[in-house]
Design a protein around this ligand. Structure first.
Ligand SMILES: *Cc1c(COP(=O)(O)O)cnc(C)c1O
Length: 349
């Protein structure tokens, strides 16, 4: 009987893998664990995609919540694998500490990722479609509380959705403008993955889209002279002498994709790599530029509009050769076609 259930569940999944966008689809199971009286419970898989929480939860009023994003990939052999989930776990722990939330131990985090992927196996897109299964872990403060203080209870949850490219078109250049807003403050929470940063970015994002851009670029909040983030992705540029450059700042969210690309640029492509200031009025130094992140993967930046002038990097329609090589190598590693550095791949066995 159990066997039949699984077969019928598989038959239910009728997804047009090649045309997936970055949209919510209810998958069969999500993982939920609750923290109470100083400890996390065992955690369980649930078919219910609704959370019932106190109206006085700190996550609802004071933004006491953080999240992560990572993907499961189907290899040529049909295996399923995760890309650097230990890094997501470590970063989520940093976010939790910043907001006085309890950390999720790394083994619990990775085990939960594997359980969610396994339980939703039929939603992991086939090899070669370009689609992947996106995992969204999060921690929220819940329980009855009105004053501004940490919540008495927490929920750690992971759900998943099959997704295609985040920006329309996949590996095709898109344009950005420079926001007149900041997404984070100096010494604020820009360096941690918390919802408040995203709430602050909704209006600038909408304005950028209305003006015809894919998203906006955020400058450093102190001097407004240096590039920090490209929407919800990190920035990189390839200088005319073939160096991989990416900005350094405490208010940039440390992208795992970015650090992976720094390694790939150096070790796989033999490039020099630098993490340093990127001045918005010195974009001439770059032959190519891109945005990177789990959702964005690599999105080539066609041009950036700043103070009414459009600066085009490589081309507004073509992908630069170095950006292309970085993309092919990163994706090759993620889907198992190219050998990964030690520890980057975790099989969902
Ligand atoms: C999540 C995120 C990124 C990308 O990080 P990855 O680990 O590469 O997915 C970049 N910028 C912001 C603001 C983010 O929230």
């Amino acid at each position: 009987m159990k066997g039949e259930d699984i077969v019928s569940a598989k038959e239910k999944v009728n997804i047009d893998w090649e045309n997936l966008r970055f949209d919510y689809i209810k998958t069969d199971f999500r993982y939920i664990s609750r923290w109470k009286d100083g400890k996390w419970d065992e955690g369980e898989l649930s078919e219910d995609n609704m959370l019932s929480i106190s109206e006085a939860s700190t996550a609802l009023h004071y933004g006491q919540q953080c999240f992560e994003g990572l993907k499961a990939y189907r290899t040529k052999d049909g295996d399923i694998q995760l890309f650097r989930p230990d890094e997501n776990s470590k970063r989520m722990a940093v976010s939790c500490r910043r907001l006085l939330m309890p950390e999720v131990p790394e083994d619990k985090f990775i085990e939960a990722c594997k359980r969610v992927v396994k339980a939703n196996e039929q939603y992991v897109p086939p090899y070669g479609t370009g689609a992947t299964l996106y995992l969204r872990p999060f921690v929220i403060g819940v329980g009855h509380n009105v004053g501004v203080k940490p919540a008495p209870e927490y929920i750690f949850c992971i759900f998943c959705v099959p997704v295609g490219p985040y920006f329309k078109g996949g590996l095709a250049p898109v344009n950005f403008n420079v926001a007149e807003y900041d997404r984070a403050a100096p010494y604020g929470t820009g360096g941690v993955k918390v919802g408040g940063n995203y709430a602050a970015s909704l209006l600038p994002h909408e304005k950028a889209v209305k003006a015809g851009f894919a998203d906006c670029i955020y400058l450093d909040p102190l001097t407004h002279t240096k590039i920090e983030e490209v929407g919800a992705a990190n920035f990189f540029g390839i200088t005319k002498d073939n160096k991989f450059i990416t900005p350094q700042s405490e208010s940039i969210l440390p992208s795992i994709t970015k650090y992976s690309l720094m390694h790939i640029a150096k070790e796989y492509l033999g490039m020099e790599v630098e993490e340093r200031d990127v001045l918005v009025d010195k974009l001439d130094e770059f032959a190519e530029a891109g945005a990177c992140g789990t959702a964005a993967v690599i999105t080539p930046i066609g041009g950036i509009e700043y103070k009414g002038k459009m600066h085009v990097f490589f081309s507004e329609t073509e992908v630069g050769p170095v950006t292309h090589k970085l993309y092919d190598t990163l994706c090759g590693i993620q889907i198992g076609d190219i050998e990964a550095p030690k520890g980057w791949i975790v099989k969902v066995g």
